[in-house]
Design a binder for this molecule. Sequence first.
Ligand code: AHR
Length: 497
Amino acid sequence: MRLYINGKRKIGTRDIMIYGHFIEHFHRQIYGGVYDPGNPLSDEDGLRKDVLEAMRRIKVPVLRWPGGCFVSSYHWKDAVGENRKPLFDKAWRVEEPNTFGTDEYIRMCRKIGCEPYICTNAGTGTAEEMSDWVEYCNLESEGQYAKWRIANGHPKPYKVKYWSVGNENYGFWEIGAKSAEEWGRLVAESSKMIKHVDPETELTAAALTDLNWNINLLDHSAQFLDWISIHEYWDGINQTNDYADYEAVMAYTNRTEHSIAEVRGLITAMKLEKKIKIAFDEWNLRGWYHPNVHTIEQGRTKEEYLYPRDKNDDNSKYTMADAVFTACFLNALNRNCDIVGMANFAPIVNTRGCIFTHKDGIVLRSTYYVFDLYVNYLGDVVLDSWCAGMESIRVRNKAGDLEETDTLDIAATSFSDRAGYAVAAVNKCADQEKELEIDLEASGDIRIYYISGRSTESYNDVGREEAAIQCEELGKYVPGMKVTLKPHMVGIIQIGM
Ligand code: AHR
């Protein structure tokens, strides 16, 4: 297979925000995850220092919060100031202590060095409540909410730029779900009020790839929106916990660009491509396991709807399959960087996250190292490239059907701030090395940073690290040089750096 790269043909400059993350008040993500007052590993604000450090290493650019489904019955005023009280979270059916609220979240973002991105309650909330939240965060001192922030010890406005109206309000599972018509009107009125408070905000709104939903939404609200949100969890196992195996995961890599293509098509057809970008603001290979929680059948016990979610935290489930899929998806985002400006891996801590916490430390799952590779070793200028003689592999998808998928998945880049090239190259083949010839006008050293593990099932756990970054120096680059890609490998090949 021969990769042709023309260093002068640029697709665009990818926004660092495509490597963003999401954190929700669900299970052990906030409480007992990143926020753990009393743990010796936590700092004076109760934030786990080891987790913050891991987040800084992958330069988390933006962190969406507080949900997810959680937000659709969350009232932010319950978790600000002195008078907080525990309330029942009707989405996840647990007690929410409200000890971690807006001020704690902003403090955490500042410590990570990332942009906050707040998702509002458009389920049981109102346009007014959403815009009150913007007042609290962004106004200097006008009005009761900015004054409340100041009284809470935060004299300077937080200047939160990114806001979302709602989360998955199209879904039957969401508290306060809406019809397409209701949604268009609610988003328009909410966005109008938010922008009246702070016209500098950038707004997104819950959407999906459904034409009817999106047309209603954009017809009513496009004038106020800067983004449209989509979510995707390809291996939907929230009721079953039956993980697709490595081969079936490779079949999912065929689907990664589909949602982007659909939404791009609509945005373009509505002549909005210069105004509205896609925020893929929740994504992960696998849906989170939380069976029965959204059902209201009589007789369902906590054993059935609450405790099964602990199974999300089984580290042995996050293997090279997750890593290879994650890399293929990040390649897709890079190749579509002209229209996708933000994405949020869901979630960042525990559950399906890339960082797992336990009381004595953390485990960096295979997906963490994929972010490490893409953020720290790949370039930001995405180049056009073409692979001649692309081979394909036959894989059995989860439904049991055979599918073909390209053996390699590639994104070629250069750097806006330095010389050199970096090529993200993924070998999906489970058991065979592949050779990639690279045709590029460049000189200098060539090396590869990669993760591959010993098998497709390699994973990281407490006291066990099988999938971490390695580096091989490959000498001087000559055009047409062959690079060997190990089986199930995610690699970044750097040339001339
Ligand atoms: O399953 C977890 C949930 O996934 C998030 O809360 C929601 O936004 C998505 O459906």
